[in-house]
Design a binder for this molecule. Structure first.
Ligand code: 13P
Length: 260
């Protein structure tokens, strides 16, 4: 059984004092007791990685970065940070291919594949995000878009590397909109993503992979989403900025663990 992972993507939010208060509230209200049942990952802006890392010392909560450069070496690339720098900051996971970066920073499938590789050779877990826009869904392009996004990454890796990737399905139309894929819609897509991965690595290996769902996940819809067979946790944006909302979602993941 895959252990559920709930990841907090703070996006471009936070200040020192606000972060401290949020983490304190999470710790005081049950975050640390979740760990043997649910893996929790906090993904703050890069400038706050050290702060969050210090606040999480002695806990099982993992630290993630929102982005890395695909270049592995240090050198002349102003404004960028490489995977080794993330290792230095106790980062374990890195978001790759988030739809906001694909849209606003023109990140291509090929660049997403390169960043995924840069994570893997550095011992970091890439959390690769895929998902279709509303337009693409309405034009019947859902499977074509996901096939392109997933297979560009998957086919660039050997099987051992591929087995270390965590995937997130985030329909672009559900991000920050309050619209969520229904549990059935999400399950169908997650099963499709797993079937794509199975074509590259075989069913047994694909069955071990984590595929998270993201897009307006809240405490009140998380139970049903996490009850789906191929949904292995959540990638949470807006609701991760409130301790009670985020803990509500983590507790929903715990319920699935108890049922299974
Ligand atoms: O993009 C997301 C997480 O990476 C989802 O954001 P929301 O939960 O705010 O919709």
């Amino acid at each position: 059984m895959r252990k559920l992972l709930v990841a907090a993507n703070w996006k471009m939010n936070g200040r020192l004092e606000q972060n401290r208060a949020l983490l304190q509230s999470l710790k005081n209200n049950g975050l640390l007791e979740l760990n043997h049942e649910v893996d929790v990952l906090i993904i703050p802006p890069a400038c706050y990685l050290s702060q969050v890392s210090q606040e999480l010392v002695g806990t099982q909560v993992k630290l993630g970065a929102q982005n890395i450069c695909s270049w592995l070496q240090d050198g002349a690339f102003t404004g960028e940070m490489n995977a080794q720098m993330m290792v230095d900051l106790n980062v374990s996971h890195v978001l790759v291919g988030h739809s906001e970066r694909r849209a606003f920073c023109a990140e291509s499938d090929e660049l997403v594949a390169e960043k995924t590789k840069a994570c893997l050779v550095s011992g970091l877990v890439p959390l690769v995000c895929v998902g279709e826009t509303l337009d693409e869904r309405e034009q019947g392009l859902l499977q074509a878009v996901l096939s392109r996004q997933v297979l560009t990454v998957a086919k660039s890796l050997d099987e051992e590397a591929l087995s270390k990737v965590v995937w997130a399905y985030e329909p672009v139309w559900a991000i920050g909109t309050g619209l969520t894929a229904t549990p059935e819609q999400a399950q169908e897509v997650h099963a499709f993503i797993r079937s794509l991965l199975a074509t590259v690595m075989g069913q047994v290996a694909a069955d071990k992979l984590h595929i998270l769902y993201g897009g307006s996940v809240k405490a009140n819809n998380a139970v049903e989403l996490f009850a789906q067979k191929d949904i292995d946790g959540g990638l949470i944006g807006g609701a991760s900025l409130s301790a009670s909302d985020f803990l509500g979602i983590c507790n929903a993941a715990k319920k699935r663990e108890q049922v299974s």
